[in-house]
Structure formats: structure tokens, C-alpha cells
Design a protein around this ligand. Structure first.
Ligand code: P6P
Length: 320
């Protein structure tokens, strides 16, 4: 199933796939069985209200990998600090994840997803649990996501292309139905929350004016699609072509999305699919992280679409 990965890494991906099957089961039963929908009445480190499925997904992934001996440290969007896997502090890999991205869409039955990023442990013998997680995206050995939509699909890369597996519920296995996925250099969609327009830089405003055909005529015009669930917006653009943006703005200069377990894993996937990911100026995977939950502006999609956005930002806002 994961022929490009080798050794323990293959098994880590199987561990994540198992967690994905379990989470998929909960998502599919949400609303039918009690204690799955609605708020968990708790707030996470991001200051966001946790949904019950956030907590279920987070615990499911932790339980799937904590005692395998393959992971030395885990880090989750739902956890304040990195979690050392005490069962085997010498585990070769580090797993960072957003257990259920887009959870505000759970109760309205819109697609949601799990995003994961895998690094090798730091070679520094004095590395702390946090040190193992603060590695740049270029150090990732594998990354991907599981989207719980009309079907459950796992998309991953281990550095040899991007491969899509669809969960076949009749056999309870992920089947390779979409090998070697490539993103169009320029696609038909643009995805951004335009309600933030008034807080954007002039550069992002000019980009969106072109993408909606308000200036520049039909040359750069695209269809607007924004689900408000990163994994769903990304997956559509990966398969159909397009560009997703979550800019920084006057209220949130670094935007909303997190570098280590949202932007970096999707950046690895899009680059392996022939696309590009930046913060509007700098390649996402080249950014040296300073905090586990740090946020980063994100422009991600086909290489020509992302280049168009970057060129417009520099031309309008200057070299920054
Ligand atoms: P906004 C979901 O909460 C999420 O983290 C991403 O999945 C999504 O792309 C983004 O936030 C949506 O944020 O501010 O547009 O509602």
C-alpha cells in the first residue's frame, strides 16, 4: 500500500490509516450515535471551542501511535505541548497533526479532515521533545491528509509523488485509486475568505480583483470556491486545479493557519504534485519554526497560480 515508504515509516502510515478508519466511523455516525456531535465545552490552546469529534479524533490518533515504538514525540493542534512517547523515547519518527481540521463544519455535514506531518527525530542527543517538533518543512519524510467527505480518502507523499487511497467500506481497507497525483500549473478555482478583504494588504486586494475579473479582464479570472475547511478546499484544488489563500491581515498578521501541522504537510504534498506553497513571499517549507503552534500566511496551489499571487504582492506591496 505504501510502496514508496520503507521500514518503520510504512508502518507509521498504516497506523495513521487505522486512525483514519476509526475517525471515519465516528464521522459517519455523527448525529446517529450520542456524544459525537456538538461542543465538548472545552477550549484548546488555540482558544477555539473544541467539538466532541475534535477530542475523539485527537485521542484516536494518539492511541494509534503512542505505543508502537515508532514515534518518539507527538504534537497536536489540540495539545498545548509536545507529547513524548514514553513507551519508546528512541522512536525514529516525530508525528505532528491536526486531528480534525474544519471542525466548525462538522454539525453541518461539510467535509472535514485530518492533516499529518512526519519528521525523523532530531539527531541532537540533547534534543527536547519541543526540539524534535521545531524542524523546517524541508525535513519532512512524509505528510498528507485524510478527508472525510462523500468518501474517505487518504492522500500522502513520502517524497516520491502523491498518492490517493479511497476507503472501501466493504472491505475496511484503503485502495490506491489515484496514484501519482499532479496539480495543474493553473486551475479554475480560487479559494479565500473574502470577508477579510478590508484587512488585507493592497497586494492581496489586487490579486482578488484580478481573480474575480474586476480588473485585468478574463485573463486571470477564476471561479470562487471556499468551503471553510482547509482539507476540502485543498483537495478540490489539488484534483481540479486552483489556488488557496489565507493571507495575513491587520488583525492577524500571520493569518490563521498553523505552520507545523497544516501549512508544511500540505506544502510537501503540493510540491510533490508539481505545485508550490509560500507565505506570499517565502517557500513554506523553508521557514524555520520558532513555536509549535505558530501561524503563517498561506498561498498554495498550481505553480503558475501561486507565482501570479506572489508577483502581484511584490509589485503592489513592495519587497516586504
Ligand atoms: P475562516 C477551520 O477552522 C480552519 O482552520 C481551516 O480548515 C479553514 O481553511 C479556515 O480555518 C477557515 O477560516 O476564517 O475563513 O473561517
Amino acid at each position: 500500500m505504501f510502496e514508496e515508504a520503507t521500514g518503520d515509516l510504512t508502518n507509521v502510515l498504516y497506523d495513521i490509516a487505522l486512525a483514519g478508519k476509526i475517525i471515519s466511523g465516528y464521522v459517519r455516525r455523527a448525529g446517529i450515535v450520542d456524544d459525537v456531535l456538538g461542543s465538548a465545552e472545552k477550549t484548546n490552546v488555540q482558544g477555539e471551542t473544541q467539538q466532541k469529534l475534535d477530542v475523539i479524533a485527537n485521542e484516536t490518533i494518539k492511541q494509534a501511535v503512542a505505543h508502537t515504538g515508532r514515534i518518539c514525540v507527538m504534537a497536536s493542534e489540540e495539545e498545548d505541548d509536545p507529547i513524548p512517547c514514553v513507551s519508546n523515547p528512541d522512536g525514529r519518527y516525530v508525528l505532528m497533526f491536526d486531528p480534525l481540521d474544519g471542525s466548525s463544519n462538522i454539525d453541518v455535514n461539510a467535509s472535514i479532515g485530518t492533516i499529518f506531518s512526519i519528521h525523523k527525530r532530531s539527531e541532537d542527543p540533547t534534543a527536547t521533545a519541543l526540539d524534535h517538533t521545531l524542524q523546517p518543512g524541508t525535513n519532512q519524510v512524509a505528510a498528507g491528509y485524510i478527508i472525510y467527505g462523500s468518501s474517505t480518502v487518504m492522500v500522502y507523499t513520502a517524497g516520491q509523488g502523491v498518492h490517493g487511497f479511497t476507503l472501501d467500506p466493504t472491505i475496511g481497507e484503503f485502495r490506491l485509486l489515484n496514484p501519482d497525483v499532479k496539480v495543474k500549473p493553473s486551475g479554475k478555482y480560487y479559494s479565500v475568505n473574502e470577508s477579510n478583504f478590508s484587512r488585507w494588504s493592497d497586494g492581496y486586494r489586487e490579486v482578488v480583483r484580478h481573480l474575480k475579473g474586476a480588473v485585468g479582464g478574463p485573463a486571470n479570472q477564476k471561479n470562487a470556491r471556499y468551503i471553510g475547511s482547509l482539507v476540502a478546499d485543498f483537495h478540490r484544488n489539488l484534483l481540479s486545479g486552483g489556488v488557496f489563500m489565507y493571507p495575513g491581515d491587520t488583525k492577524n498578521p500571520n493569518g490563521k493557519l498553523r505552520l507545523q501541522y497544516e501549512a508544511n504537510p500540505l506544502a510537501f504534498v503540493i510540491e510533490q504534485a508539481g505545485g508550490r506553497a509560500s507565505n506570499g513571499r517565502t517557500r513554506i517549507m523553508d521557514i524555520d519554526p520558532t513555536e509549535l503552534h505558530q501561524r503563517v500566511p498561506l498561498v498554495i496551489g498550481g505553480v503558475n497560480d501561486v507565482q501570479f499571487v506572489e508577483d502581484m504582492i511584490v509589485a503592489t506591496d513592495g519587497d516586504g
